[in-house]
Design a protein around this ligand. Structure first.
Ligand SMILES: NC(=O)C1=CN([C@@H]2O[C@H](COP(=O)(O)OP(=O)(O)OC[C@H]3O[C@@H](n4cnc5c(N)ncnc54)[C@H](OP(=O)(O)O)[C@@H]3O)[C@@H](O)[C@H]2O)[C@@H](O)CC1
Ligand SMILES: Nc1ncnc2c1ncn2[C@@H]1O[C@H](COP(=O)(O)OP(=O)(O)O)[C@@H](O)[C@H]1O
Ligand SMILES: [K+]
Length: 535
């Protein structure tokens, strides 16, 4: 599913007319009809379209036009529809025009009895801050919603006042319970504060031929995408079929990260997990991760005098690597100078091996922290590396440049740095960004505060590595991992709510999410599914 800027959306519409004769009124008929279908398909279980009271707020442009077409469809389906044309200050209640002198009191009364308010005031044509009277109207609806939480707000294309490019939001904007966006999700939805205003996201069709979209470079992760990448499991398989994962992670102070990452690789189907550990840390892992095998490394050097030990360590690790398809390096390693040296030596070893003979590499957490202390650190990476920084780590990798957790600036930065560093870059956050070195980008929709807890990043790193081991290309492994990881979070939240998740809770849900997505049986809470192309 492609994501568009306002400019790209306009260009798609212009091309639809030029190449296929799809004029604006034709597109609008599609849009309103599709929005009505989605609306009716998503009614709450206790709602029936018959006698449902729906108030449409109609704006002066095409967004208002979409609203009018949708309203006509709902009338035909049996709903009790009223609409208020904002610019003309004109109210029509169930087909009857209200005398202008009574508009305000009648509007008040319609609002008080409405089950739904549909916000079709402004869409992508918003050109300035909302006018005061529009803000006052939206404020009144907001207050009604506070008094009657059962009142549902549905936005057409976007909640009026959201900047569809940047994710900025006008102070008057109403938070939607559901947004039915048209043709493609808009870029701004994936950034804050807009993300908080969208509610459940559904994508309606305006009848655009899909070939018009093929040049677009920004995509949204969804089930359709994931289904096609979940690794096939032939009956005639053995553990070698699904790849071996090596983890150079964890230390006495941070043992949990290797456990979480290793378990996660196994839970998404990797054939064999090996942890590179020292004699000292072996007992910790041997007692917690029974299925893993171990590569025993010598302890690190204790002083400058026995620095050669780092080489022994690297040698022991690289001796184990032939036959491994994926290597995760970093979580929980710590940041001693000898760890940094070992990391550099491992990178040197990987660069010296032919690509088909060495494992694909994922670097996370302390792997990145150690590298970021070095000038031009990215020149040390072997080709095809995936890095998975959170905003703090990203900031360190960018020599202290500020990196936001959720604003639009993240996107340009991720795109630019994936190209400059020639890596697949997973910039974590509430809506994680996955950037390919060729400029393509995928965005994750599933924000979930339950995931904001220590260790969930280790799980993600393990999932990425597990998919790499099963033969996925780096960009696809990273994308699939982000979606499966956040879907597992969504499943835990369905039970626990948005607090109290422990990273290890995700582990048993990873395979369940994969199974359900594969069989088209995954029913997420607030996921956009596919574009609705009609019944
Ligand atoms: N084109 C197509 O083919 C298709 C378009 N589609 C639909 O159209 C939407 C885009 O339509 P659009 O371009 O007409 O813009 P829209 O958002 O309705 O608003 C423009 C109007 O609002 C006004 N206005 C602006 N800012 C304002 C403010 N702050 N406060 C008050 N007024 C303000 C502005 O007035 P002006 O600036 O001219 O004074 C103008 O009159 C898009 O989101 C989708 O829903 C789909 O159906 C698919 C086919
Ligand atoms: N509000 C949120 N919504 C969705 N995902 C989140 C949210 N907060 C954190 N996450 C996800 O949780 C993980 C946290 O990773 P990270 O910060 O590296 O944690 P740690 O290093 O403690 O494991 C990332 O995958 C991130 O995208
Ligand atoms: K709108």
């Amino acid at each position: 599913m492609h994501i568009v800027t306002i400019e790209e959306m306009r260009e798609l519409e212009a091309q639809a007319e030029r190449q296929h004769g799809l004029t604006s009124p034709i597109l609008m008929q599609h849009a309103g009809s599709s929005a009505a279908d989605i609306f009716m398909a998503q009614l709450l279980p206790h709602h029936s379209i018959n006698d449902l009271e729906v108030l449409f707020l109609i704006g002066p442009g095409n967004n208002g036009g979409d609203g009018m077409v949708m309203a006509e469809h709902l009338v035909k389906a049996g709903a009790l529809v009223s609409y208020y044309a904002w610019k003309q200050h004109k109210l029509t209640v169930r087909g009857q025009d209200i005398d202008e002198r009574h508009t305000s009191e009648e509007l008040e009364s319609v609002l008080q009895s409405a089950d739904y308010v549909v916000d079709a005031l402004l869409g992508t044509g918003t050109s300035r801050p909302l006018s005061d009277d529009m803000r006052a109207l939206l404020e009144r609806v907001k207050r009604e919603g506070e008094q009657r939480p059962e009142l549902r707000i549905v936005a057409i294309d976007l909640p009026s006042g959201v900047n569809a490019d940047t994710g900025e939001v006008d102070p008057g904007t109403l938070k939607a319970d559901m947004t039915i966006t048209l043709a493609c999700p808009k870029l701004g939805f994936f950034f804050f504060p807009a993300r908080e205003y969208i509610g459940e996201l559904h994508v309606g069709s305006i009848g655009l031929p899909t070939d018009l979209e093929s040049h677009l470079q920004t995509e949204m992760l969804n089930q359709g995408f994931c289904r096609s990448y979940i690794p096939h499991r032939p009956l005639n398989s053995n553990k070698g079929t699904f790849g071996k994962v090596m983890l150079f992670c964890g230390s006495a102070a941070y043992p949990g990260s290797a456990y979480l990452a290793g378990s996660a690789s196994g839970r998404v189907g990797a054939g064999l997990i090996t942890l590179a550990v020292t004699e000292k840390t072996l007992p910790i892992y041997a007692s917690s991760l029974h299925e893993a095998t171990f590569a025993i490394l010598p302890e690190g050097p204790t002083s400058e005098l026995n620095r050669g030990k780092t080489h022994e360590r690297t040698q022991a690790l690289s001796d184990h690597l032939p036959g491994y398809r994926a290597l995760l390096m970093g979580p929980g390693l710590g940041q001693s100078s000898e760890t940094r040296e070992t990391i550099l030596q491992v990178l040197e070893y990987l660069r010296s091996e032919p690509t088909e003979k060495r494992p694909h590499l994922v670097i996370d957490a302390d792997g990145l922290n150690n590298l970021s202390a070095l000038e031009h650190w990215w020149t040390f990476l072997p080709e095809g590396t995936i890095i998975t920084p959170h905003p703090g780590e990203m900031s360190r990798l960018c020599k202290g440049q500020k990196v936001s957790g959720g604003s639009i600036d993240r996107l340009a930065l991720a795109r630019e740095k994936a190209q400059e560093w020639q890596v697949t870059l997973v910039l974590k956050g509430a809506c994680t960004i996955i950037a390919h070195p060729d400029g393509r980008v995928r965005l994750n929709w599933k924000a979930n505060a339950a995931l904001a807890t220590a260790g969930t990043g280790d799980v993600l790193a393990g999932v990425v590595t597990g998919f790499l081991a099963q033969g996925l290309a780096p960009f696809d492994a990273a994308s699939l991992a982000v979606y499966i990881h956040s879907s597992a979070g969504e499943r835990v939240s369905a039970e626990l709510g948005n607090a109290g998740l422990l990273a290890s809770d995700l582990l048993p849900h990873l395979p369940r999410v994969m199974r359900d997505i594969k069989h088209n049986a995954y029913r997420p809470g607030s996921d956009i599914t596919e574009r609705y192309e009609g019944k």
